[in-house]
Ligand binder design. Structure first.
Ligand code: HEM
Length: 204
């Protein structure tokens, strides 16, 4: 069961993590860019922020899940440390870039606020996780990394929830997008909280 859950998580993270490459490899108006005004898509600052966000976020998502595989962590501690440092740098780049593009989010301020808050949470818990391990507080490091990667997985859950809202509930994109901007991360953080409280209870 645990193996199946890990394989499913890894598969989803790798597929969604590779997806940003489509923006680099295809024409100028791929995906989300179709719904953006020319003034936004034409801005070199926005494009820089957008590409920095999606490419570093994609790599963070693709490598992050592997850090939770207990066997790999104990067998290859140096790899765990190197990948961990890389993950923190990628989150700093992707999270700060997300903050810079959040005000231009499609459909307006409700979605923009959701992504802005998510970016702040992602950056904060990741820095706290890094700070905890520098202080050799392994339990606190683990707990904050569970929060960090749950936030990172918003990229996955957004793309799972959106088809449900659009195709099953038949909501208009202008209604579905502000909803999914919250739905993609609030439940993730509640699950992270549950995982952390169970881990804390088991170690007592
Ligand atoms: C966890 C914190 C994250 C925040 C706060 C965030 C925020 C945002 C924002 C504000 C946008 C622009 C939306 C718009 O203009 O309508 C966006 C788009 C995008 N983000 Fe993120 N994001 C996060 C994580 C990630 C990760 C880990 C990936 C990795 C795959 C990712 C990939 C993308 C892609 C590909 C888009 C373009 C939209 C699409 O094609 O679906 N994001 N994100």
């Amino acid at each position: 069961m645990r193996l199946f859950a890990t394989a499913l998580l890894a598969g989803l993270c790798l597929i969604i993590g590779i997806y940003p490459l489509a923006y680099v490899l295809t024409d100028d108006r791929f995906g989300l860019l179709q719904s953006k005004p020319n003034a936004v898509v034409g801005s070199s600052w926005w494009r820089l922020g957008f590409h920095a966000h999606i490419l570093s976020g994609g790599v963070a998502l693709s490598v992050g899940w592997s850090q939770f595989v207990h066997g790999w962590r104990t067998r290859f501690p140096r790899v765990h440390r190197a990948v961990g440092r890389l993950y923190v740098v990628l989150v700093l780049v992707s999270g700060l870039a997300a903050l810079s593009i959040a005000p231009y989010t499609s459909t307006g301020w409700v979605a923009a606020l959701a992504f802005g808050i998510l970016a702040v949470i992602w950056l904060t818990v990741t820095v706290l996780a890094w700070d905890s391990i520098r202080r050799r507080d392994v339990q606190r490091h683990k707990a904050f990394m569970v929060y960090s990667f749950s936030a990172c997985c918003a990229a996955v859950t957004l793309r799972l929830w959106l088809p449900v809202l659009l195709l099953v509930l038949r909501l208009d994109f202008s209604v579905a997008y502000p909803i999914v901007a919250w739905l993609c991360w609030v439940p993730n953080l509640l699950v992270a909280r549950l995982i952390n409280s169970r881990t804390a209870a088991a170690s007592r």
